[in-house]
Design a protein around this ligand. Structure first.
Ligand code: ADP
Length: 228
């Protein structure tokens, strides 16, 4: 579960990025987080992963209280939250298999577990036949799938996908969204951060909309002009 209670985040320059955000995302939910550029979306992601601390208010993520989390607990928090970064952050000199295996090695997984788990997640994202390729030899959609596989491999309870369709054409975007939905159906809480309202309307899922650091709307992301 992700819970923000009246969260304020001011940066050192006195810039109020979040002005009192309250929201709750239950285990197993599929939820969009939308808002214009500069509205506070990245700040929310960084607060969820413990990269930033709130100026005031309380944040609970998967059993951790982030306003008072200790530095040594942060790696454990991060194992519960897989992030799919907008720029993928793949390691170019490693193969597809190694990119995913590496994410398991850094958290101390055993080789036997790695040999079992990596092919499973690559199959799930549809990259079984690309295991020995390098990221530079793959399309944008395939690189996005690899980034998703890597976020998934340590079996986090939550995935945050930051603009997962930002670099893709509409057809690939739909494929990636279907994949995220499939992963959600398997039980992973999914938070999709996007400014693509068309995507939100197409999927008709919950949409938490922020503007100027405040939640301005929270409900089903249906297109009101189309809905009757
Ligand atoms: P979004 O991801 O929706 O574009 P951000 O969370 O990046 O929004 O930014 C929210 C506000 O906080 C903006 O006004 C931005 O300029 C400001 N901000 C973001 N990061 C910093 C920082 N490191 N230092 C100062 N201000 C920042």
């Amino acid at each position: 579960m992700i819970q923000f209670n009246n969260v304020v985040k001011s940066y050192q320059q006195g810039n109020n990025a979040l002005a009192g955000v309250s929201m709750q995302i239950e285990d197993g939910e599929f939820c969009f987080l939308t808002g214009p550029s500069g509205s506070g979306k990245s700040t929310i992601i960084k607060l969820i992963t413990g990269e930033l601390k709130p100026t005031s208010g309380t944040i609970h993520v998967n059993g951790y209280s982030l306003e008072r989390i200790r530095r040594r607990e942060i790696p454990y928090l991060r194992r519960t939250v897989g992030v799919v970064f907008q720029d993928y952050r793949l390691i170019e000199k490693m193969t597809v298999y190694e990119n995913v295996a590496f994410a398991m090695r850094v958290v101390g997984a055993r080789e036997k577990e790695i040999r079992e788990r990596v092919p499973y997640v690559l199959e799930l994202v549809g990259l079984s036949n690309k295991m020995n390729r390098h990221p530079t030899e793959m399309s944008g959609g395939e690189q996005q799938r690899l980034a998703i596989a890597r976020a998934l491999v340590n079996n986090p309870s939550t995935i945050i996908a930051d603009e997962p369709t930002g670099n893709l054409d509409p057809e690939r975007s739909m494929e990636i969204m279907s994949l995220l939905q499939e992963i959600n159906n398997l039980g992973t809480t999914m938070l999709v951060v996007t400014h693509d309202l068309h995507l939100v309307h197409t999927f008709g899922k919950r949409n938490i909309c922020i503007d100027e650091g405040l939640v301005v709307d929270d409900g089903l992301g249906e297109d009101e002009e189309v809905a009757d």
